[in-house]
Write a protein that binds this ligand. Structure first.
Ligand SMILES: NC(=O)C[C@H](N)C(=O)O
Length: 334
C-alpha cells in the first residue's frame, strides 16, 4: 500500500471478549463484563502498534465469545474479504474472546479468499487487571499481521508469544494465559522479543486455496455436535433429527466410537439423508475407520478435527454438496 511512511496498513476488527473486558477491581480475573470496551480504547492503550503499522479499528460486535453465532461469522468473513480485496489493506487483526476463538479462526481459515495475514488475538485477563495480557498480545498480533512471513500461512492465532495455525489450535486451559496450544501437531512459531519467527506451516488447504465461499450465503446449514458418554441413550440424536439437522457430528468416546444406542439412532439419521461425521472427545489423534457397521451405516470420519471444528467444515461442505464421498474428501483435505 502506498502511504508516506511505508508501514503496512492493518485493520483491527473488534468483536469483544475478555481482551475488551472491564472488571470492578484490578485483582478480578473472573466476574467481569467481556466486550465492555470499544476498539479505540484497546488501540489507545498500546500506542506502540504505530511503530509497526498504520492501524485503524472497526467494531463488528461487542460480545462474550461464548455467544458467537454463525451470522456474525458470515458478517466477519464478508467484511474481511471486502477489506483484503482492497490494495490499501495489508492485513487484518481480529480481537476476540478466547472461548470460541479457535472456531472463528477455523471458519475464517476456510472462507477468507486472500493470502494476506489474518491474525486473531484475545486475552485471558480483563483489560483492567494487574498484568493484563491483552496489550502485549495485541501489539504482537499487529507485529505478526504486519510481517511478510505471515503471508500465505492461513488464519493465525497470536497469543502468549506463540503463533498457532487456525486448524490445529485449541484452548487447553480454562483460566491460564498459556492456554492456546496445538498439543500434538504443534504451534507454527514464536514471537521472540517482538519478532515473529515461523518454523512450520500446515499442509492442509486454507484461505486462497479453499473452495468454500460466503459470497451468497445468508445462513449456514444446521449441524449439531453430540457428545458421547457411557450410558448414552441416543435421545440427543433423535432431538437433532427432529429439529431438522442436516448434519450431525458425534464426539465419540475413542477412535470415533459410538455407544450402540446412539449408533442405532444415527443409522436412522443417515437413512434419512442426514450426514453423520464421527469425531472424538479425546482431543488428540485422528478418527479413522473402525467398525464395519460404521461404514455400512455411511458414517464419515472427522480426521483430526475437534468436534467443534468438524461442525464448521461439515456446515460449509453442505453448502456445496450432499455427496458423501465428496464430503469425506473435504475432511481429508482441510
Ligand atoms: N478470555 C475470554 O475471552 C473469555 C470470554 N468468556 C470470551 O470468550 O469472550
Amino acid at each position: 500500500a502506498e502511504t508516506a511512511n511505508k508501514l503496512p496498513n492493518i485493520k483491527i476488527l473488534a468483536t469483544g471478549g475478555t481482551i475488551a473486558g472491564s472488571a470492578a477491581s484490578a485483582t478480578a480475573t473472573t466476574g467481569y463484563k467481556a466486550g465492555a470496551l470499544g476498539i479505540d480504547v484497546l488501540i489507545n492503550a498500546v500506542p506502540e502498534v504505530k511503530q509497526y503499522a498504520n492501524v485503524s479499528g472497526e467494531q463488528i460486535c461487542s460480545i462474550d465469545s461464548k455467544d458467537m453465532t454463525n451470522e456474525i461469522w458470515l458478517t466477519l468473513a464478508k467484511r474481511i474479504n471486502v477489506l483484503l480485496a482492497d490494495d490499501s489493506v495489508d492485513g487484518i487483526v481480529i480481537t476476540h474472546g478466547t472461548d470460541t476463538l479457535e472456531e472463528t479462526a477455523y471458519f475464517l481459515n476456510l472462507t477468507v479468499k486472500s493470502n494476506k495475514p489474518v491474525v486473531l488475538v484475545g486475552s485471558m485477563r480483563p483489560a483492567t487487571a494487574i498484568s493484563a495480557d491483552g496489550p502485549m498480545n495485541l501489539l504482537n498480533a499487529v507485529r505478526v499481521a504486519a510481517n511478510k512471513a505471515a503471508v500465505g500461512k492461513g488464519v493465525l492465532v497470536a497469543m502468549n508469544d506463540e503463533i498457532n495455525g487456525a486448524r490445529d489450535v485449541t484452548k487447553t486451559n480454562t483460566t491460564s494465559v498459556s492456554t492456546f496450544k496445538a498439543p500434538e501437531l504443534g504451534f507454527l512459531g514464536y514471537i521472540n522479543d517482538g519478532k515473529p519467527e515461523f518454523y512450520r506451516e500446515s499442509t492442509r488447504r486454507h484461505t486462497a486455496d479453499s473452495e468454500f465461499t460466503t459470497k451468497n450465503l445468508s445462513q449456514l446449514p444446521y449441524v449439531k455436535v453430540i457428545y458421547g458418554h457411557a450410558d448414552d441413550d441416543g435421545i440427543f440424536v433423535d432431538a437433532a433429527v427432529a429439529a431438522g439437522a442436516k448434519g450431525i457430528i458425534y464426539a465419540g468416546t475413542g477412535n470415533g466410537s459410538i455407544h450402540k444406542n446412539a449408533e442405532a439412532a444415527l443409522a436412522k439419521a443417515t437413512a434419512k439423508g442426514i450426514v453423520v461425521v464421527r469425531s472424538s472427545r479425546v482431543g488428540n489423534g485422528t478418527v479413522i475407520d473402525a467398525e464395519q457397521s460404521y461404514i455400512d451405516e455411511h458414517f464419515l470420519n472427522g480426521d483430526s478435527l475437534s468436534p467443534q471444528k468438524a461442525r464448521i467444515l461439515l456446515s460449509l461442505a453442505l453448502t456445496k454438496t450432499s455427496n458423501l464421498a465428496e464430503i469425506q474428501k473435504m475432511f481429508n483435505e482441510y
